[in-house]
Every structure is written in structure tokens, then in C-alpha cells.
Write a protein of this length. Structure first.
Length: 117
């Protein structure tokens, strides 16, 4: 059974950094694109970043995080990371990792990121 465990969230001041981790069990991520999504209070879940399988490792970032966030993967650990720098209050939300295994998209339980002034 596929499960994700996200970690690394927390409280941070504007300009601070956090590194989120997403470790999968019950499924090998090697051949899958993996994404990070976030959901702010009162808002819909949005895609933040995505990384293709390791033979390519193409990355995607939503405009609001370009230049500040970096996604990476370590398939030996079945883990995907999201390094976040220069955090802003608008980055606050629950961050989820996700993988698409057609026809379904699977999400982890999320980790809370709060950027406070």
C-alpha cells in the first residue's frame, strides 16, 4: 500500500528556510514524476513544484516560488525534497507530496509550513 511521510515543516520568520522531505513506502518512486502541492487556509490546493523521473530529472516550479524553492530526489532513499529559501508569509500552508499512478493521484498527509512576521 502506497504511503507518503512528509516532514520538515515548521514555524519560520520571513526570509527563513526550510527543507521538506517526502519518503514513500509501498511504492518505488524511481519511475514516477513526484510533485509538491500546498494548500493555504481558505484556498484550493495548488501545485508548487514537480520533478520527473531520474533519467531526466526535469523540474517545474510555479511562478511564485521560482528562484526560491528547489526540488530534488534521492531514489536510493525513495525520497523527494523541497528546499525552500526566502520564505514569505504567502508561502504558509500545508505542503503535500504527490504521485500520479493512473488513474489516481495520491497525496501524503501533509506537513504544515507557517511563515510569520
Amino acid at each position: 500500500q502506497l504511503q507518503f511521510v512528509e516532514s520538515g515543516g515548521g514555524l519560520v520568520q520571513p526570509g527563513g528556510s526550510l527543507r521538506l522531505s517526502c519518503t514513500a513506502s509501498g511504492f518505488t518512486l524511481d519511475y514516477s514524476a513526484v510533485g509538491w502541492f500546498r494548500q493555504a487556509p481558505g484556498k484550493e490546493r495548488e501545485g508548487v513544484s514537480c520533478i520527473s523521473p531520474n533519467d531526466d530529472s526535469t523540474t517545474y516550479y510555479t511562478d511564485s516560488v521560482k528562484g526560491r524553492f528547489t526540488i530534488s530526489r534521492d531514489d536510493s532513499k525513495n525520497t523527494v525534497y523541497l528546499q525552500m529559501h526566502s520564505l514569505k508569509p504567502e508561502d504558509t500552508g500545508v505542503y503535500f507530496c504527490s504521485v500520479l499512478i493512473p488513474p489516481s493521484r495520491f497525496f501524503g498527509q501533509g506537513t504544515q509550513v507557517t511563515v510569520f512576521s
